[in-house]
Design a protein around this ligand. Structure first.
Ligand SMILES: Cc1ncc(COP(=O)(O)O)c(C=O)c1O
Length: 381
């Protein structure tokens, strides 16, 4: 029999999974080439070729018993060394293997971080709009998620409302930067003010930087961690390196003992051997990193400019690999109109703090983005 809390969690519909499944079903009916999915459930670019080639070689040459055998149980040391080297190179900081807590993507990192800093019944504050899966991640630890209301149209954290919600039950604040779905970065001053306030009140701050690798000019909070032991930063490799199925990420905190305690409680074999191998290879792939940054800078700017010119839409200047839109036509169901053209976009109606006027679209290749632009022009004409 299912535990009732778990049953309720499973009962929440996932718009993204439903859209993704609908796309797959339609593609099976009318052909993959005829369905255009901008809802961003899966990456639209391949992961670094070097990893695919390494896997091909391993599958062809390695002995299967060894290849599919057990790997070190607490996240491959090779992966942790690779992350430490990557951070040392990127930020000039003396990271070591022991400082890295490997996780199954950002999802695993959030769940671990919340468990590390709360006990059942504690309150976790986050700012709307926020990634809806924060609900189940927080509930799964027994803590309670409380939401600071959004401030449209800037969608920056509302400090006054935050201050009012800071009761003594709050032990953790969770912020996503850049934000999903808006793609916006919280202003530096606001983030630092929140970090200082958390520090003064002995509240842990978890920064979900799952998409930050897309923005090379934004170092995020990692360079500041040494001065902020109450801050946990998580990064994901699933987004930037297009490996969501492999599940890979990591969590950082300046307190080595806190990281060691977390590691002692981690379930064995959390990271699988292929994910760990991927991490070792892709973190060093400078050519892939540069090409992705260049594509997003050029194509992201072009796509944004074209969307901005479209009557009936408001678009925000997000910095991640997606853009956030509002359809300003009254009584018009943009998602349905596009579905009829076999174009899938992500409705943000289930994002707390938003409604059915808001959407998120993936930034893809110039040709694919043009197809979405053409479909939008048709349905908005
Ligand atoms: C803001 C945010 N955090 C975390 C995650 C989970 O990412 P991962 O696939 O790395 O677990 C997502 C996934 O979409 C996300 O949007």
């Amino acid at each position: 029999m299912l535990n009732e809390t778990y049953r309720a969690m499973l009962g929440h519909k996932s718009v993204i999974r439903e859209t993704f499944m609908y796309g797959k079903q339609r593609a099976a009916e009318i052909g993959y080439e005829n369905v255009f999915d901008y809802s961003l459930g899966n990456p639209s670019v391949p992961c670094p070729d070097k990893f695919t080639k390494a896997m091909q070689t391993l599958l062809a040459e390695e002995e299967p018993v060894a290849l599919h055998g057990y790997c070190p149980s607490q996240g491959d040391p090779g992966f942790r060394t690779a992350v430490a080297a990557h951070l040392a190179k990127t930020f000039g900081l003396p990271y070591e293997q022991k400082d890295i807590f490997p996780t199954t993507g950002a999802a695993g990192a959030i769940a671990h971080a919340i468990r590390a800093v709360t006990k059942p019944g504690d309150e976790v504050l986050t700012f709307a709009p926020y990634f809806p899966e924060y609900g189940p991640y927080v509930e799964g630890t027994g803590a309670v998620l409380k939401v600071v209301p959004p401030q449209a149209p800037a969608f920056q954290p509302n400090l006054d409302a935050f201050e009012e919600m800071l009761t003594e039950n709050v032990t953790c604040v969770l912020i996503n930067t850049p934000n999903n779905p808006t793609g916006l970065l919280p202003e530096r001053g606001l983030l630092e003010a929140i970090a200082q306030r958390c520090r003064a009140l002995n509240i842990s701050l978890i920064l979900d930087e799952a998409f930050l690798d897309f923005i090379p000019d934004q170092p995020g909070f990692i360079p500041l961690l040494a001065q902020h032991p109450h801050v946990w930063v998580l990064r994901s490799l699933t987004k930037f390196y297009a490996i969501p199925g492999l599940r890979l990420g990591y969590l950082l905190n300046a307190d080595a003992q806190a990281v060691a305690r977390l590691r002692a409680r981690q379930m064995p074999w959390s990271i699988n051997a292929y994910a760990a191998l991927a991490g070792e290879i892709i973190l060093q792939d400078r050519a892939y990193q540069r090409a992705t940054w260049q594509w997003l800078q050029e194509e992201g700017a072009r796509f944004y400019a074209q969307l901005q010119e479209m009557a009936g839409l408001t678009v925000w200047p997000g910095r991640a690999n997606y853009l956030f839109l509002r359809c300003d036509r009254a009584d018009f169901d943009l998602q349905y109109a596009l579905l009829r053209q076999h174009v899938l976009i992500r409705s943000c109606a289930n994002y707390p703090g938003l409604d059915s006027r808001y959407f998120r679209v993936a930034i893809r290749s110039a040709e694919e983005n043009d197809q979405l632009l053409a479909a939008l022009r048709r349905v908005l004409a």
